[in-house]
Design a protein around this ligand. Structure first.
Ligand code: HEM
Length: 416
């Protein structure tokens, strides 16, 4: 019997096979151990929550704090767990590491600057960036879509939106590359890249203070000038989290999304026909479905119990870390019909790919804009796009929170 359906044997998690296809293991957990205590590769023990209903409840439960100070880890292990925020004190004040009332105040301030309207106005710029990047490889007949497309698009988009001058954006591309290559913990190359990015942002905020413009950093500074206050440290941490939260996620939306379409030719043909007819409905529901089917964020970011509580019938003690497995919840047959089938027209699709509750993704409108522009333009300009590697040759980037491909080699008829 396959280990994935033997009720007595929990599947091995965090192996190479698991990174390639975690869904059989998640099906086992949902079925046999929906709130499951496991030892993570870093050595930390944490609860994995895999059923949709439990996941939604846990994401909204205020007794599960985002502040790593609530982690019940022996002091000597602190800072060695890879839990973000344990060592980078100066970046601690960002949204994903704090609870109300601080979270409420900061989120309100950033929401004043990072509005759906600002994102909508940015649509032509995203389209321009998308076309420029595709121009870079369209005549070659082959490309690695991660390196040449999915990776640079979000970094240039968010840099533009923040107001990072064009001549400095390649530095961000390098720093982001170091962060993504090393993945995970706050050591070595990642720590250096984070430090440089932060120093740059602090300096940029200083410069912008004297010369406010239309960009998002100016918006963050202005929001702080209306009675409520954003300290410079908070503004830098906010700009950093916008970059950090909006970068690898969107890389993976474009990468995983394109890959899923290439592996589901009937759905891909359906989308191409709809785009050719000038429709946008299927594109919109399709991007949501790709988020559900193989979303960028496999596990929501860390939560820690501030008091004992019960999730899915399982008692969790104060101080215990809890990881909500969005990728497992979004394939729960108790919530979604035919959850392992990609259906771009799926209607009843309240997936958890952007989280739920007060930490629901702030950048969802920008992510949707980028995801839709990227996939529509790619399939329209390179209509016979195909995988140039066998699926089992592809490597997935290891890391706890994110799920994404390292490379995505494709071939197509070159544009003349
Ligand atoms: C929060 C997913 C793109 C900014 C989150 C959360 C998820 C998520 C699951 C909640 C995490 C938790 O509760 O632990 C995604 C996905 C994206 C994406 C799948 C792309 C497809 C973006 C973009 C930005 C962004 C483009 C900004 C430019 C944020 C911020 C938070 C957040 C600031 C924290 C919100 C808070 O704590 O109040 N995102 N995200 N995200 N996201 Fe996104």
């Amino acid at each position: 019997m396959n280990a994935a359906n033997d009720p007595a044997t929990p599947p091995e998690l965090f192996t190479w096979e698991f990174a390639t296809d975690p869904y059989p293991a998640y099906a086992w957990l949902r079925e046999h151990a929906p709130v499951h205590r496991t030892r993570l590769p870093s050595g930390v023990e944490a609860w994995l929550v895999t059923r949709y209903a439990d996941a939604k409840q846990a994401l909204a439960d205020q007794r599960l704090s985002k502040n790593p100070a609530h982690h019940d880890e022996p002091a000597h292990a602190k800072g060695k767990t890879g839990i973000p925020g344990e060592r980078k004190a100066e970046l601690m004040t960002h949204l994903l590491n704090i609870d109300p009332p601080d979270h409420t105040r900061l989120r309100r301030l950033v929401s004043k600057a990072f509005t759906p309207r600002r994102v909508a106005e940015f649509a032509p710029r995203v389209q321009e960036l998308t076309d420029r990047l595709i121009d870079g490889f369209a005549t070659k007949g082959e490309a690695d879509l991660i390196h040449e497309f999915a990776f640079p698009l979000p970094i240039y988009a968010i840099c533009d939106m923040l107001g990072v001058p064009a001549e400095d954006q390649d530095d961000f591309r390098d720093w982001a590359g170091q962060m993504i290559r090393h993945g995970g913990g706050p050591r070595g190359g990642v720590a250096r890249a984070v430090k440089r990015m932060r120093a740059y942002l602090v300096d940029l905020i200083h410069r912008k203070r004297g010369d406010l413009g239309d960009d998002l950093i100016s918006g963050l500074i202005r929001a702080s000038d209306h009675g409520e206050h954003l300290t410079e440290n908070e503004a830098a941490a906010m700009a950093f989290i916008l970059l950090f939260a909006g970068f690898e996620t969107t890389v993976n939306l474009i990468g995983n999304g394109t890959y899923a379409l290439l592996r589901n030719p009937a759905e891909r043909a359906r989308l191409q026909a709809s785009l050719a007819a000038g429709e946008t409905d299927l594109l919109a529901t399709g991007v949501e479905e790709l988020l559900r089917y193989d979303g960028p964020v496999e596990l929501a970011t860390w939560r820690f119990a501030t008091e004992p509580l019960t999730v899915g019938g399982q008692r969790i003690e104060a101080g215990d870390p809890v990881l909500v497995v969005l990728a497992a919840a979004d394939r729960d047959p108790a919530r979604f019909d035919d959850p392992d089938t990609l259906d771009l027209g799926r209607r009843d699709n309240q997936h958890l790919g952007y989280g739920h509750g007060i930490h629901y993704c702030l950048g969802a409108p920008l992510a949707r804009l980028e995801g839709q522009a990227a996939l529509a333009t790619l399939l329209t300009r390179l209509p016979d796009l195909r995988l140039a590697a066998e699926p089992d040759e592809l490597r997935w980037r290891g890391g706890l929170i994110m799920r994404g491909l390292r490379t995505l080699p494709v071939a197509f008829t070159p544009e003349s």
